[in-house]
Ligand binder design. Sequence first.
Ligand SMILES: *[C@@H]1O[C@H](CO)[C@@H](O)[C@H](O)[C@H]1NC(C)=O
Ligand SMILES: *[C@@H]1O[C@H](CO)[C@@H](O)[C@H](O)[C@H]1NC(C)=O
Ligand SMILES: *[C@@H]1O[C@H](CO)[C@@H](O)[C@H](O)[C@H]1NC(C)=O
Ligand SMILES: *[C@@H]1O[C@H](CO)[C@@H](O)[C@H](O)[C@H]1NC(C)=O
Length: 447
Amino acid sequence: MVNWTSRTSRWLLQCSLWSAVFWSVSGFDINRNDNLAVYWGQDSSGKQQQLSFYCQDDVYDMIPLAFLYVFFGIGGEPMIDFANICSSSANGVFPGTQLANCSFMAQDIQDCQNKGKVVTISLGGATGDVGFANSSQAKDFADTIWNQFLGGTSDIRPFGDAVLDGVDLDIEGGLPTFYGDFVNQLRSHTDNAKKQYYVTAAPQCPFPDANLGQVLNASRFDAVYVQFYNNYCGLNAPDQFDFSVWDEWARTASPNPDVKIFIGAPGSATAAGQGFVDIAQLQQYAMSAQATYDTFGGVMLWDASDAYDNNRYDKAIKTSMSANGREVSNPTSGSGNGGSGGGNTTSGGTSPTFPGSTSPGPSGSTCLVQQPLGEELLWSGGQIRTSADIRALFTSQSVRMMARQSRDVLKSFGEIARRRVSSLVLRDSTSTIVRPKYKLHRRVASL
Ligand SMILES: *[C@@H]1O[C@H](CO)[C@@H](O)[C@H](O)[C@H]1NC(C)=O
Ligand SMILES: *[C@@H]1O[C@H](CO)[C@@H](O)[C@H](O)[C@H]1NC(C)=O
Ligand SMILES: *[C@@H]1O[C@H](CO)[C@@H](O)[C@H](O)[C@H]1NC(C)=O
Ligand SMILES: *[C@@H]1O[C@H](CO)[C@@H](O)[C@H](O)[C@H]1NC(C)=O
């Protein structure tokens, strides 16, 4: 727990036209509806470049590395493969395993992360040898993933000192059982970490997904990249394409009421058996979903090599989404800020408001201005030292605080700081989300 009285950080509050505040520790914001997730690793086009090549511009937001395709290989360790960039055969393995040593990719990964992109390890794939025999094996595997790829420690770190931002489940075979145990165990690590981690899944469009349906109903996901291709319900079949099924799941069944649904699309005509549509059609789908569904989070493309070489299909869809992009709260949570998957929110788990901030008050025109770290937090001439002070600020401004990340564990502002929430949005009493203006570029946890 954060002890505010020991803070040396100084923030200055200053008036402006802005009635709300946005703090972010990275460029990435899971609550926007214009994020682009692009799979990298399987060299779908045959011209795959190294990872950092695709991070040169602002086009990609989330990059699942595809794939960790064997859960329990030789020596009981997983196997990863990134085609022409890193593989067991070309790059050497950790002793006694067939797990490729891709630690030369650490800098590439960090380059992408430093540009605000989220880089995750994707488990599975179409040819994956995956699945669990029982609950304890699933939990142990979560520990392995945590130690080898995320914030844990292990002699085996396939990406060296790079710490990935989370896990994607692209499970397309094996038994659907025990993935809930896997994700929940993984969350037990990530929820206690200072870094923000993301868990995503890539089900196919027929609902419910045969492989991921169970875990989607059982665990908290931040985003779901629905594969609207290679199926009757793909983008190429407008009569069958149905985003609303996934929207309804997100609103009514997902343990994380803020889960974002992405439209997954092939990046080129050859990227998938069927489902590819020209860019104008994809833009139409995305902009329609953006306008219609609060659960829409953006577009997912398979894969980077295809999309990049297809006349920058990736950039074209990102640009059109960004034109109308904004932060959106899901309807379930917009009126409920419900704890995602257990745990308490700021005010007992049901209210969207910070304690005491519901009653209408003078319309605030005050906003926080980021000051260099190492100074104190000031507001209206008074110091803000405790979370109660911050609650008072919120009350006086009659803003509704929407802690859009990790809301299930937010109990106080101290909690927010401790968990390094990546995005904290304040709303005015009319529920209008105010555009982000100020960003905290350094870790809240380092305050
Ligand atoms: C992995 O590769 C790096 C160089 O990329 C090397 O320094 C390291 O020793 C290798 N680790 C093992 C266990 O072979
Ligand atoms: C779980 O499955 C693994 C792999 O088959 C096995 O080694 C282990 O004994 C099982 N554990 C339990 C508790 O059944
Ligand atoms: C998940 O929950 C939804 C809504 O209750 C249900 O329609 C769906 O069948 C469930 N999925 C599985 C795999 O049970
Ligand atoms: C959630 O908050 C309520 C009301 O403050 C409290 O009674 C309950 O014990 C809390 N639950 C957890 C899991 O912290």
